[in-house]
Design a protein around this ligand. Structure first.
Ligand SMILES: NC(=O)C1=CN([C@@H]2O[C@H](COP(=O)(O)OP(=O)(O)OC[C@H]3O[C@@H](n4cnc5c(N)ncnc54)[C@H](O)[C@@H]3O)[C@@H](O)[C@H]2O)C=CC1
Ligand SMILES: O=C(O)[C@H]1O[C@H](OP(=O)(O)OP(=O)(O)OC[C@H]2O[C@@H](n3ccc(=O)[nH]c3=O)[C@H](O)[C@@H]2O)[C@H](O)[C@@H](O)[C@@H]1O
Length: 441
């Protein structure tokens, strides 16, 4: 099937390449000419494991092209909207201006029977607004939220946990004939994962949009729950990692997303819970989500606590101290620095008078653009040269595997703060390090 993918960022580029690998004929469209040029040359414009291989696999088949020209969307039967919905500057609400402009640019190129499939994460009500604007065109809007994780984006796109279609429905919630036709097209797009038994939830617009923000809110809540327990552990000398293991064995709770530490960042969880709260306020049900304020607050407190711990292991002050921060990406296996807890902590310490050097296997280039005043190093050993304190902020494998004595040789003082609870305290202490962590003794 011919498909267009509008917006080729972390979501869209992977979606476009994945759909081409499933045998579809795909045009990826983006306003960023640099990104389009790199993708057209089969080069991934960001770090995502598996994406270079996928681009290489489909290059030469002629099934994947990229352009800045929206007119190239004409002729595609399904158009995936994958543009960004960041937090609006100075507000909790989502900035829908990219969705607006992409949708309006696409509209003149739609033909009767075309499906516009929204994938961006949007406030509930957005799909209804967009659908109304298609009235009379013969094109149909569906909402098809995306649940991929960065770092596993290819795998999650090709083998999703579930697919969700939000279709136009009548007053009784039954899909309209146009909705049924759109569903048939989506079934064709996703024939391979559906054939592998991927669960499919077919629902209405409102539910499909809510599913996405509900999922991210649940994940954020799970992380903040364990980080709240970490605060209790710090006050009592308990160990949050053992606590997480013990409660995680209960299948009703589950161990995943119970890793306490510096908390969640990235281009999705933080802005999605805030936009959800803002939307609930607009709908007059803000109380229903008031707990998300606390989820956000717990999360942000971890960053402050991390700076406090760095101060504690630096004889009570970081002023003039050399700090090595290991990690800049918001999580390992990504170069994404959007709302990165690591960089937020690095910047705070710099602001408070420390000399901070940051390193990351993939994200230094992005970090340097956003935070030009921080110093950067190519490796952990280089960053830690003469350091008074080492701060592990993003749990890349190469930081988990650091050898205490090797790192100990280059630092000025053997003091480390483990912001992700991934190091073995015994091994580090045995090598003469002062070891502190978030939530364990
Ligand atoms: N990154 C992720 O892991 C996931 C993201 N999402 C959602 O997907 C959406 C996109 O997120 P990302 O890919 O991370 O953002 P991104 O910022 O990496 O990519 C957005 C892309 O849209 C392009 N764009 C902006 N306006 C455009 C227009 N008028 N026409 C064509 N292209 C345009 C930008 O140049 C950019 O390349 C957001 O709503 C996000 O919440 C959902 C699931 C996973
Ligand atoms: O809507 C989105 O864009 C995506 O947001 C998240 O994916 P992602 O942001 O890529 O990363 P996660 O793996 O969810 O991690 C988010 C943050 O939580 C932190 N985290 C995660 C797990 C954990 O146990 N503890 C913890 O602090 C990570 O370090 C990271 O900063 C969701 O997991 C995806 O399902 C969703 O599609």
């Amino acid at each position: 099937m011919r498909i267009s993918v509008i917006g080729c960022g972390y979501l869209g580029a992977v979606h476009a390449a994945s759909m081409a690998s499933l045998g579809h004929d795909v045009v990826g469209i983006d306003v960023d000419a640099g990104k389009v040029a790199r993708l057209a040359a089969s080069t991934a414009p960001f770090y995502e494991p598996g994406l270079p291989e996928l681009l290489a696999e489909v290059s030469g088949t002629g099934r994947l092209t990229f352009t800045t020209d929206m007119a190239q969307a004409a002729g595609a039967q399904v158009h995936f909207l994958c543009v960004g919905t960041p937090q609006k500057h100075g507000e909790f609400r989502a900035d829908l201006s990219y969705v607006e402009s992409a949708f309006e640019a696409l509209r003149p190129h739609l033909a009767p029977g075309d499906v516009v499939a929204g994938k961006s994460t949007v406030p509930v009500g957005t799909a209804e607004d967009l659908a109304a604007r298609l009235t009379g065109s013969g094109a149909v809007l569906v909402w098809n939220p995306e649940f991929l994780r960065e770092g596993f984006a290819v795998q999650d796109t090709l083998h999703p946990d579930r697919l969700v279609y939000g279709l136009p429905t009548d007053d009784e919630g039954v899909p309209t004939p146009e909705g049924d036709a759109a569903r048939a097209l989506l079934d064709e797009v996703y024939a391979t994962p559906l054939g592998e038994g991927t669960p499919l939830v077919v629902t209405d617009y409102a539910t499909s949009q809510l599913v996405k923000v509900a999922a991210n809110s649940f994940l954020a809540t799970k992380i903040s729950f364990i980080n709240a327990m970490a605060e209790l552990c710090e006050a009592t000398g308990a160990d949050v990692t053992s606590l997480a293991d013990a409660i995680g064995y209960d299948a009703r709770i589950g161990r995943r997303f119970l890793n306490a530490g510096l908390g969640f960042g990235g281009g999705c969880l933080p802005k999605d819970i805030r936009a959800f709260m803002a939307r609930a306020g607009e709908l007059g049900v803000d109380q229903a989500l008031s707990f998300l304020r606390e989820v956000d607050a717990i999360n942000m407190r971890r960053r402050v606590r991390m700076v406090d711990l760095a101060r504690e292991v630096s004889a009570g002050s970081i002023v003039g101290k050399r700090v090595a921060v290991l990690g800049a990406a918001f999580k390992p296996n990504s170069d994404d620095i959007r709302d990165s807890p690591a960089l937020s902590v690095a910047a705070q310490m710099q602001l408070q008078g420390a000399h901070v050097t940051v390193t990351d296997p993939q994200a230094v280039e992005n970090a340097r653009v956003k935070w030009p005043d921080l110093k950067y190093a190519a490796s952990a050993l280089e960053a830690a040269q003469d350091a008074d304190v080492v701060v592990l902020a993003t749990e890349w494998d190469e930081y988990r595997d650091l050898v205490p004595d090797e790192l100990g040789e280059v630092v000025a003082h053997r003091a480390i703060v483990d912001g992700r609870n991934v190091l073995d305290p015994k091994a580090w202490r045995a090598a003469g390090w002062t070891y502190r962590a978030l939530g364990r003794p």
